[in-house]
Ligand binder design. Structure first.
Ligand code: NAD
Ligand code: UFG
Length: 338
């Protein structure tokens, strides 16, 4: 299949391009490079031998999208393009509604015009809100505590309504838990611009001495060591989940929602210990106040994805740390400018 990958230069999208090419599909990337670099395309080629065709532009730009869709016939779209920083979404909500909601709307409109009706959407565990019991199950009601989370809920709603309106649509809503790790080659990984707000890239930058120490946000949560617990999933396991979702969409019209997680939680200190082992050095840290808005602990119930998609995560926390370390040591400053 020929697959349009919006946001395909980003962290998750670039790893999905590899898995698509390895599965015999043809990824075509649309990205405005607001949080990524074009150099990732050469790395994709170095890993899997295929450099995806690239259209630089914005998914909110209907004219740009019209040109992309009139030039090629796509079988499906996987939509990663969007903004993803929770704190920033609280400070700049309109940017998030514009990019994530309007961007998705424009993309769906362009698909309607072009007659493409298979869609895979990057949603998030954040849609379970702050009151759901763990593990999270897809049938739970949704809620959010920040604009980023609301944008995901709004797009999920839009997709459910669209699929209801026309049985030709196959829509896969994938709720990611915490993707970390990198390609085992060390050629590709996470390259956040500025100070990382997520745990794993921050630890990786402490390991290469770009940052002095990790601030652990809270040591008094009701968890086994007092630090926050999350369901960390290797980015390549997550990527494989997209291939399984595309296959499923081929024979299942309608709108389907799946958790992509491991079903296991790890604490901040457990992740730090795994990374210390991978890099062979005790990494410095300090316990500081809790980060406002953080939950103590959550993880996925991944049973539905296993049963219906035949997918489950295989990599361990040690693998995730080892691969992230390999990427960070080989590329201490991330991807080069091209
Ligand atoms: P990323 O920032 O690395 O990738 C997003 C890509 O989209 C970037 O290359 C960026 O340049 C591009 N982009 C952003 N807005 C665009 C626009 N308007 N037009 C065209 N391109 C645009 O992020 P990621 O971690 O790869 O996340 C991908 C998706 O998965 C996002 O939708 C995110 O919300 C979702 N998600 C991520 C996580 C996570 O922890 N990484 C968790 C849950 C869900
Ligand atoms: N943490 C620290 N220090 C840091 C960064 C994070 O102690 O410097 C802790 C957090 O308090 C939390 C854990 O590490 O306990 C994970 O935090 P992240 O910021 O890496 O991830 P979150 O779980 O907060 O959120 C991430 C994405 C969201 C997504 C969610 C889905 O940032 O976009 O996963 O589960 F919605």
């Amino acid at each position: 299949m020929k697959i349009l990958v919006s946001g395909g230069c980003g962290y998750i999208g670039s790893h999905v391009c590899i898995r698509l090419a390895e599965a015999g599909h043809e990824p075509v990337v649309v990205d405005n490079l607001c949080n990524s670099k074009e150099a990732v395309l050469s790395r994709i080629k170095a890993v899997c031998g295929v450099r995806p065709r690239f259209y630089r532009g914005d998914v909110r730009d209907a004219v740009f999208l019209g040109n992309v869709f009139s030039g090629e016939k796509f079988d499906a779209v996987i939509h990663f393009a969007g903004l993803k920083a929770v704190g920033e979404s609280v400070r700049s909500p309109l940017d998030y509604y514009d990019n994530n909601v309007i961007g998705s709307l424009r993309l769906l409109e362009a698909m309607c015009k072009a007659g493409v009706r298979r869609f895979v959407f990057s949603s998030s565990a954040t849609v379970y809100g702050d009151a759901a019991p763990v593990p999270y199950v897809e049938s739970f009601p949704v809620s959010a505590s920040n604009p980023y989370g609301w944008t995901k809920i709004m797009v999920e709603r839009m997709l459910a309504d669209l699929a209801l309106s026309d049985p030709a649509w196959s829509v896969m809503i994938l709720r990611y838990f915490n993707p970390i790790g990198a390609h085992p080659s060390g050629l590709m990984g996470e390259d956040p611009q500025g100070v990382p707000s997520n745990l794993m890239p921050f630890i990786a930058q402490v390991a290469v001495r770009r940052r002095e120490k990790l601030s652990v946000f809270g040591g008094d949560y009701p968890t086994r060591d007092g630090t926050g617990v999350r369901d960390y999933i290797h980015v390549l396991d997550l990527a494989d989940g997209h291939i399984a979702a595309l296959d499923y969409a081929s024979s299942h019209p309608g709108c389907h929602t799946f958790n992509l997680g491991t079903g296991r939680g790890a604490s901040v200190l457990e992740l730090l210990t795994a990374f210390s082992r991978a890099c062979g050095r005790e990494l410095p840290y300090e316990i500081v106040d809790r980060r406002p808005g953080d939950l103590a602990a959550y993880w996925a119930d991944p049973a539905k994805a296993k049963k219906e998609l035949g997918w489950s995560a295989g990599y361990t926390i040690s693998d995730m740390a080892a691969h992230a370390w390999k990427w960070q040591t080989a590329n201490p400053d991330g991807y080069p400018d091209e």
